[in-house]
Write a protein that binds this ligand. Structure first.
Ligand SMILES: *[C@@H]1O[C@H](CO)[C@@H](O)[C@H](O)[C@H]1NC(C)=O
Ligand SMILES: *[C@@H]1O[C@H](CO)[C@@H](O)[C@H](O)[C@H]1NC(C)=O
Ligand SMILES: *[C@@H]1O[C@H](CO)[C@@H](O)[C@H](O)[C@H]1NC(C)=O
Ligand SMILES: *[C@@H]1O[C@H](CO)[C@@H](O)[C@H](O)[C@H]1NC(C)=O
Ligand SMILES: *[C@@H]1O[C@H](CO)[C@@H](O)[C@H](O)[C@H]1NC(C)=O
Length: 639
């Protein structure tokens, strides 16, 4: 990471470092250590919506200045969770505007000489936070962490009131963008009637989605750590930069250790910024069925003054040629899925049993790679990708960007989101590529400037990884793929077009792939979406759209084409989608999007067995397919 955006003034000496400290700008995950305490504020909070006509009652009456229950009726609400599906009330599920949360907490009186931070893993979309009626922090954006220092607001001898206002409104300037449509025809709609229009095909779940934590660190503390690795022969090269935060010019003692997975010191330094060597390194590799647990993780143990912080990392490199991805200089074929953070009741709320189940099912399927479609996932999910060796195409919330969302203010916000995203995930070995958008209007002239700027900026933040966006435009109309490292394209042959006609898929997809190659001969190709809507339990012979049989038949046709180009420049396949998920209500969606190979409850449809046989065989040429569902996928030409 050569970015000046992440580098702050650090004067380096040996052993004892004279440092000009600055206000913290890092966003390290809150980890307890000898010098740090982490407390969770997760639990049942009080909740109410501001359903006043202009949704601004809470601001005119200053709800943050008193207990929320004094402003009106409150109900219990789980944190973390989306508030939408927790109650049985349509008004809560479909609410648009400011929703208010409140809880109480104590701080230990012996924290007075430390920095006390209040951190939110994510709040969707716009958040304002008050402690005892004083504003602590606000954040614009639904999927990334933010924090504020609350020392000056807390009461050390009594309970503290924490108030959070959350606005889920999507506008042409948010990411993802949306719009509010006012219905003015009073013969058809009540006065002041409005709806939220979405430009994406998933439900706009809202609320406090991830952990809320209070944590302490010393007054002079480790603010950020950047680690970039390389490989030389049998050795791992670890380049790192540590930034400290605090007041004034100080001298602090510094000790840095690289620990292996058993905690043994394998390299060390006494400089805040250095290059150290791990002799006989164990590399981080994506998992395969035949090689145990290859996702080897080291730890950078940083001791600076009174502070101690341990950042996990893996030693690996990422590269690209005209033929495909490289991980540790070896070709990597991505066989995986697109996902969503979606489940019954909790919506997009963080949930450990669900994370565990998803990773068991990813491995059951033989997935070695997923895309975080269409927003940054929880840090706790990425932790599992790092530790279980599943490669991640890390996607920002730039989904559904239209021409009217390509102005200078949009570019500025998009860059801000990429900055926060890279800041959060820069040390994760599983992340190999940043996706800056999904299915934007990349065929309009404005897209050239917009994506030129966003993609170049992202590359400047992180030259150690690849950058792309996901296109659904044609090879001869797309104006932005020329900036990407890997062309990622979404196609629905036999579904949205030529519905029911799997017999044309092979020809259409092959033509498509050859055309991309002809126009962009130096860029490898990855199919980032293909799939068919499938209601679990529906069967028909011959197949019919929405049956499990049709999904299997359609996917099989795509697979034939993938296999033709797999040995060449075709570098990966992601099926849409890992599991069924909820969308806005609409006549083309049957209680949500049903393109999952798993149900929303994470149970397999027939297509999951097809995919499992295919992906497992890719890991292991001796793998014997279960043939469990073989009878369900006759070839069209055999019928
Ligand atoms: C650390 O900072 C130095 C000085 O700005 C820079 O040259 C180097 O590339 C940085 N290293 C990493 C790993 O970010
Ligand atoms: C909050 O919600 C209201 C009502 O939907 C909307 O008009 C306003 O723009 C939103 N404000 C912010 C900062 O998101
Ligand atoms: C803390 O709370 C106590 C008890 O309510 C109150 O007497 C005191 O004034 C508060 N201190 C501050 C600094 O607000
Ligand atoms: C590295 O491996 C070589 C060859 O196996 C061995 O001789 C050497 O002792 C190892 N060095 C370390 C530091 O583990
Ligand atoms: C982005 O980088 C490419 C390649 O270096 C360059 O051609 C293009 O002009 C840049 N675009 C912008 C908007 O900076």
């Amino acid at each position: 990471m050569a970015s000046s955006a992440f580098h702050r003034l650090v004067l380096v000496a040996s052993g004892v470092c004279a440092v000009t400290m600055v206000t913290g700008q890092g966003m390290l995950y809150p980890r307890s250590s000898e010098s740090r305490v982490v407390n969770t504020l997760d639990g049942m909070w009080s909740f109410r919506m501001d359903d006043s006509p202009s949704r601004d009652q809470g601001f005119t009456d200053q709800w943050w200045t008193k207990p929320l229950k004094q402003t009106g009726d409150v109900i219990p609400m789980a944190v973390p969770s989306s508030y939408n599906d927790v109650t049985a009330d349509r008004a809560v599920r479909d609410f648009v505007g400011w929703a208010w949360y409140e809880t109480d907490f104590f701080v230990s009186s012996d924290w007075q000489d430390r920095v006390v931070s209040l951190r939110f893993g994510s709040v969707h979309y716009y958040a304002m936070v008050w402690v005892n009626g004083q504003e602590a922090v606000r954040h614009n954006g639904g999927h990334l962490p933010f924090e504020g220092v609350i020392n000056d607001m807390v009461n050390w001898t009594s309970s503290n009131r924490l108030t959070v206002a959350v606005n889920n409104t999507l506008t042409p300037l948010t990411l993802p963008p949306g719009s509010i449509e006012w219905q003015k025809d009073t013969s058809r709609y009540p006065d002041g009637y409005f709806v939220q229009n979405l430009q994406m095909d998933f439900f706009n779940y809202a609320g406090i989605h991830r952990h809320v934590q209070i944590y302490t660190k010393p007054r002079i503390n480790i603010d950020d750590i950047i680690i970039v690795t390389d490989i030389q022969g049998d050795n791992g090269i670890v380049n790192y930069n540590v930034t400290l935060a605090g007041n004034g010019d100080q001298s602090v003692s510094v000790k840095i250790n690289v620990l292996d997975a058993d905690g043994a010191v394998v390299a060390s330094s006494s400089r805040l910024s250095d290059q150290v060597v791990i002799v006989n390194v164990t590399l981080w590799w994506p998992w395969t069925m035949t090689t145990g647990t290859p996702a080897y993780m080291y730890t950078l143990q940083v001791m600076a003054g009174d502070d101690v912080y341990r950042e996990p990392f893996g030693v690996r490199t990422v590269g690209v040629t005209s033929q495909g991805f490289l991980i540790n200089s070896k070709p990597f074929y991505c066989h995986g899925v697109d996902k969503h953070e979606d489940s019954d009741i909790r919506g997009k709320g963080l949930d450990y049993p669900l994370i565990a189940r998803d990773f068991y099912m990813l491995k059951w399927l033989g997935v070695n790679c997923f895309r975080s479609s269409h927003y940054p996932y929880a840090e706790e999910i990425l932790d599992q990708a790092d530790r279980q060796g599943i490669v991640v195409i890390n996607e920002c919330p730039g989904v559904g960007i239209r021409e009217n969302n390509m102005g200078p203010e949009n570019v500025a916000h998009h860059k801000e989101v990429m900055w926060e995203f890279v800041r959060r995930d820069k040390n994760r070995p599983a992340v190999v590529m940043w996706s800056t958008a999904n299915e934007p209007r990349s065929d309009v002239p404005k897209a050239e400037l917009y994506f030129g700027e966003v993609i170049n900026y992202t590359r400047s933040l992180d030259p150690s990884r690849l950058v792309t966006f996901i296109s659904n435009k044609d090879y001869n109309t797309d104006r932005a793929v020329k900036f990407v490292d890997v062309i990622c394209f979404n196609r629905y042959y036999g579904w949205y077009k030529d519905t029911g006609h799997t017999e044309v898929i092979k020809l259409q997809l092959a033509t498509d792939i050859k055309n991309w190659r002809k126009t962009h001969p130096t860029k490898p190709l990855l199919m980032s979406e293909y799939g068919a809507g499938t209601v679990a339990g529906l069967h028909q012979e011959p197949s019919y759209v929405f049956t499990e049989d049709y999904q299997v038949e359609l996917m099989s046709e795509y697979h034939k084409v993938f296999d033709t180009y797999r040995a060449q420049y075709f570098t990966g396949e992601l099926v849409w989608n890992f599991a069924d998920f909820i969308t806005a209500e609409g006549v083309t969606r049957v209680v949500g999007n049903k393109k999952g190979v798993l149900t929303r409850q994470r149970q397999p449809k027939a297509s999951a067995h097809l995919l499992r046989d295919r992906y497992h065989a890719m890991f292991d040429s001796k793998y014997v397919p279960s043939n469990r569902y073989r009878y369900r996928y006759p070839k069209r030409e055999e019928l």
